[in-house]
Design a protein around this ligand. Structure first.
Ligand code: PAF
Length: 282
């Protein structure tokens, strides 16, 4: 595995690989790898000739008072893990390489960026859309792999590549969970043992929704109320939102049909956690 820091060098390497008719897969990350990241790398490895992983904690997607400084980082550990997964290139630029002095161009996916997590993290998705556009220009891959856990991010990136004619296929990969159901996240490291236990209520609430749907419940407000009730029984968990919507436009649904996304966000101690489930009701 080769580590590359310079965006121009990175682009030249990918252009060369493409000129040699190699299929390039790209996994953008902020590092501190867990099994969820490794699944993205494995999927890319199984589908592509060349696999590139980027590791960049992107300052523009963190708001004032958020955890940019504290975000977990362990470059040497990440490097070893990526190498073990057979990654070809680890792109790890410095902040100055991505945002040189005078940087002033941002990508805004309107509408989708302002709802759900966007309400609680103003500017977050503008930062994500901007850095992902830059990364797609630096790593002109055929396919890019993102976790379904960040369902809103995935919807925004799909919208953005369609709207801006970016020639890349976006592949969503299912959420990897701990044995007790908690969705894997680099931010789980912030949880105390007590909070870690309490956080499982989020998965249990989603499971409750699945059970209700399986029994034939189609009314989104009844499902949402039941989930809220369950989560409110856990004092260490403070719910931000539960949204029941389609997975493309993220438009709230009343009666469930077609592809349905149930997404939620909550604060547990210092951590802000998100999770979701996606169903196809035909
Ligand atoms: O999902 C993430 O880790 C980040 O939001 C991403 C897509 C790498 C952009 O910084």
């Amino acid at each position: 595995m080769e580590t590359v820091k310079d965006p121009n060098v990175m682009r030249e390497k990918i252009q060369k690989a493409r000129a040699e008719s190699r299929v390039v897969g790209f996994v953008p990350t902020m590092g501190f790898f867990h099994e969820g990241h490794l699944q993205l790398m494995r999927r890319a490895r199984s589908e592509c000739d060349i696999v590139v992983v980027s590791l960049f904690v992107n300052p523009t997607q963190f708001g004032a008072g958020e955890d940019f400084e504290d975000y977990p980082r362990d470059f040497e550990r990440d490097k070893q893990m990526a190498e073990k997964e057979g990654v070809d290139f680890l792109f790890a630029p410095e902040v100055e390489d991505m945002y040189p002095e005078g940087f002033s161009t941002f990508v805004e996916v309107e509408g989708l960026s302002k709802i759900m997590c966007g309400k609680y993290r103003p500017g977050h998705f503008r930062g994500v859309a901007t850095v992902v556009t830059k990364l797609f220009n630096i790593v002109p891959a055929h396919k890019a792999y993102f976790g379904q856990k960040d369902a809103q991010q995935l919807a925004i990136i799909r919208r953005m590549v369609t709207d801006l004619n970016i020639p890349i296929e976006i592949v969503g990969v299912v959420t990897v969970r701990e044995p007790d159901g908690l969705a894997m996240s680099s931010r789980n490291i912030y949880l105390t043992p007590e909070e870690r236990k309490a956080a499982t209520i989020l998965y249990r609430a989603l499971k409750t929704a699945v059970e209700m749907i399986e029994k034939g419940e189609k009314d989104a407000s009844i499902i949402r109320e039941e989930m809220k009730k369950l989560i409110s029984e856990e004092p260490l968990v403070s719910l931000e939102y539960i949204e029941i919507c389609d997975n493309i436009y993220l438009k709230p649904l009343q009666a469930l049909s077609g592809k349905v996304l149930i997404a939620l966000a909550a604060r547990v101690g210092k951590a802000r956690l998100i999770d979701n489930m996606l169903f196809d009701l035909g």
